[in-house]
Design a protein around this ligand. Structure first.
Ligand code: SAM
Length: 249
């Protein structure tokens, strides 16, 4: 049964929820498909813009992250194969395919209605999603691996397992992009805001991740931090990290 506290919390951070098909201990529910699509249509907005503007109160947030990634050269090499973990409504997916028109786009998404919608709308390939593995994707086969607003909803261990998998599937010379809620997003004012506006009914959201632990771990996997920037997450923020996988990795 969905807990009202969870709904309230995710609503405040920009998400209302629906149960996804495969839960592994994090807040791995997502906004209801039909109701969200209806509401976006009624507002005359794309579903991505509806989530940014109406649900999250952060108009243009998705585009600003994509703009930063473009400025950093993430799309410059025209990644031909992209993999996204937890694309949800596809708000980053939609803008990514405009930037680089990959010939193959794989998704790992636990919320089945949204995964089906993305397959139908963007002809992406939905891989069986078991929680923290990218098993069906071969080693070194992807140019750009990304996940947005996913790892603050998963447990620490699931996120770390995904990290190893992301490094494994990335081609040498490829990029890995994801956001995590690091120390940079957790000054006392932000912690106060989370304590007063979030948390009730669900102890695992949002999950924090030490920045240096990410940087050190990915370095051992042949991936070096190239850039980072803060992005809005509802009333708070999250840090986007961009790694490049070494050519000799
Ligand atoms: C907070 S939403 C973010 C969605 C989208 N990336 C965005 O920013 O709008 C988290 C997404 O991750 C999905 N998800 C949850 N657990 C997952 C898992 N273990 N593997 C892959 N996706 C997962 C949810 O269904 C949801 O689509």
């Amino acid at each position: 049964m969905l807990k009202s506290g969870v709904k309230r919390l995710l609503g405040r951070a920009g998400f209302d929820i629906v149960r996804s098909t495969n839960n592994r201990g994090g807040v791995d529910d997502f906004i209801p498909f039909e109701a969200t699509m209806r509401a976006a249509r009624a507002a005359g907005l794309s579903v991505g813009d509806y989530i940014d503007e109406v649900m999250n109160g952060t108009p243009g947030a998705t585009q600003s992250t994509i703009d930063e990634l473009r400025t950093l050269g993430v799309f410059a090499a025209d990644p031909g194969t992209v993999l996204e973990i937890g694309p949800g409504s596809g708000r980053y997916l939609e803008k990514t395919v405009k930037e680089c028109a990959p010939s193959r786009y794989e998704i790992y998404e636990t919320a089945e209605p949204w995964a089906n919608y993305l397959v139908d709308t963007y002809s992406v390939v939905a891989r069986p999603t078991e929680g923290c593995s990218l098993g069906p994707t071969p080693d070194a086969s992807v140019d750009l691996v990304q996940a947005h607003k996913v790892f603050n909803t998963l447990t620490f261990l699931s996120t770390c397992r995904y990290f190893f998998e992301m490094a494994r599937v990335t081609r040498p010379g490829g990029r890995i992009v994801f956001d995590v809620m690091t120390e940079g997003c957790l000054d006392p004012a932000a912690v106060r805001a989370w304590v007063s506006k979030g948390g009730e009914g669900h102890d695992s959201y949002p999950a924090a991740m030490p920045r240096q632990a990410c940087v050190d771990l990915f370095a051992t996997l042949g991936c070096n931090l190239e850039a980072s920037f803060l992005a809005p997450m509802g009333f708070a923020s999250t840090e986007v990290l961009v790694f490049g996988k070494g050519l000799d990795s």
